[in-house]
Design a protein around this ligand. Structure first.
Ligand SMILES: *Cc1c(COP(=O)(O)O)cnc(C)c1O
Length: 486
């Protein structure tokens, strides 16, 4: 830790006070506590004046970087700007308790029903469950549905899920958790699914294929109908990882591409900020044939506009989350969808794709571009020639921090050496993109002229380069002021 940054405990000086309490006019509590049960020493609480306290926390809050401070090009994440009105609307439902019965919560259930309908319209699926709390949770739910489908047909040999090597890490993990074996297939040289490898991989053991489209390389799978046909002909189902929906809203629909099950990340595409663990929401949509397997309760519209909850579903995989899932996230998604409308959603996707292609084109002569194709909502670059001078992706990411930017996603997707994945999103203006591009070019210039300086970046933060493996595997989250307190 650089010395100018102190913890509140390190600022403490005995006797300093931030407030004046009236004199005690009752017996001290500790006199009432039997001997032997009292604390052996005083609590080590910081003693600090009000102004120092205010400054300490104000300065800490300013060290937070978010999309409200600046550009946040983290790829595979869709860190776009979320309208503030969407944050306010969940409060409309503050008076509701999830245990209230359907008669008393018609407004909330009606909203959920219409969100389901809107997601069906956007994706081409026939029915959604809103329960899953995240994308990965949605994958697990969808895979359990695929499993239930094969089991009911007594097709027990279908135990393998095929996953391309460009998949998000959650895909094979979810498939394993749902009890499947995983067969990985390599991507073709242009970054798309290798159809020959797929043909060789399918067979009587194929339960399904999990596909991300646009892929984690930010590329659209152009031969999607052939992929769907190969898997369906082999008797498998098609799972669509819809985390990258931000690229295709209003343009193409997974349901029309032949997919049977999919999830959507409301916290990426539909106006919920994310990171740091949630709350998120990963609704799962299915084609008509799979509706019987959806988790209970299923939200249904009845005659006369009444919304009901159907628990009587013998083929259901059961509940996957308490109550209805993360309700506030759904309110935000519904508000966002209604406020943009069909045309607005399409425009959001078009601008997201345009912005990513702009960044790619402006930087492709400065950095390496492993797949020189039109990209979707994100692009993947590499250090290219700079690597010969000893500069790696990590150096470039850290140098961005010193220039006031959150780094892009680094070292993902795994199949690209030294990957840098940039997702600008639709929210950003031409000026913001130009300033970012200029910062990236400035880093490349520095990488050529003074590579050692880049190895030292970042120099503007409290911590420089932690040992990231140890920090992740053995985090020290407890502060101990001195030996005495351990
Ligand atoms: C983010 C993401 C996921 C996982 O979603 P979570 O909500 O983080 O669990 C899955 N697949 C892809 C392609 C993603 O980008």
């Amino acid at each position: 830790m650089r010395s100018e940054y102190k913890l509140i405990f390190e600022r403490s000086k005995a006797g300093r006070r931030g407030c004046d309490l009236p004199a005690l006019d009752v017996p001290e509590l500790c006199e009432l506590v039997p001997e032997g049960m009292r604390a052996e020493r005083r609590l080590n609480l910081p003693e600090i004046a009000e102004v120092d306290l205010v400054r300490h926390y104000t300065n800490l809050s300013r060290r937070n970087y978010g999309v409200d401070n600046g550009f946040y090009p983290l790829g595979s994440c869709t860190m776009k700007y979320n309208p503030k009105i969407c944050e306010e609307l969940p409060a409309l439902f503050n008076g509701l308790h999830p245990l209230l019965d359907a008669d008393m919560t018609q407004g909330a259930l009606d909203m959920l029903y219409h969100l389901d309908q809107a997601l069906c319209e956007i994706t081409g699926m026939d029915k959604f469950t809103l329960q899953p709390a995240a994308g990965a949770h949605g994958e697990y739910t969808g895979l359990m549905i695929i499993r239930a489908y094969h089991e009911l047909r007594q097709d027990a040999a279908r135990t393998t899920i095929i996953v391309p090597d460009a998949a998000h890490g959650t895909n094979p993990a979810s498939a394993a958790m749902a009890g499947f074996k995983i067969k990985e297939i390599k991507s073709a040289p242009d970054g798309s699914v290798d159809l020959d490898a797929l043909r060789a991989a399918v067979g009587p053991d194929t339960a399904g294929l999990m596909l991300t489209n646009p892929s984690t390389l930010g590329l659209f799978e152009t031969r999607i109908s052939e992929i769907a046909q190969i898997v369906h002909e082999a008797g498998g189902l098609l799972y669509y990882d819809g985390a990258n929906l931000n690229a295709i809203m209003g343009i193409v629909r997974p349901g029309d591409m032949g997919f049977d099950v999919m999830h959507v990340n409301l916290h990426k595409t539909f106006s919920t900020p994310h990171g740091g663990g949630g709350p998120g929401s990963g609704p799962v949509g299915v084609k008509a044939e799979l509706i019987p397997y959806l988790p209970t309760p299923v939200i249904m519209a009845c005659h006369g506009g009444r919304v009901t909850l159907d628990y009587n579903r013998p083929l259901s995989i059961g509940k996957v989350k308490s109550f209805f899932g993360n309700f506030s996230v759904m309110v935000k998604a519904y508000a966002y969808i209604l406020s943009l409308g069909g045309r607005g959603l399409r425009e959001a996707s078009e601008n997201a794709v345009l912005n990513a292609n702009y960044v790619k084109e402006m930087l492709k002569d400065t950095y390496g571009l492993p797949y020189d194709r039109i990209c979707m909502h994100e692009c993947v670059l590499t250090p290219g020639e700079l690597e010969q001078g000893g500069v790696r992706t990590l150096d470039i990411a850290k140098a961005l921090i010193d220039r006031g930017y959150h780094p892009m996603t680094v070292y993902f997707p795994l199949i690209v050496h030294e990957a840098m994945m940039i997702e600008p999103t639709e929210s950003e203006s031409r000026e913001t993109l130009d300033a970012f591009i200029a910062a990236m070019k400035d880093i490349a210039r520095e990488a050529k002229e003074a590579p050692e300086a880049l190895h030292a970046a970042p120099v503007t933060t409290p911590v420089g380069r932690p040992d990231e493996v140890t920090a992740a595997r053995k985090p020290v989250v407890r502060y101990t002021a001195d030996e005495d307190n351990r």
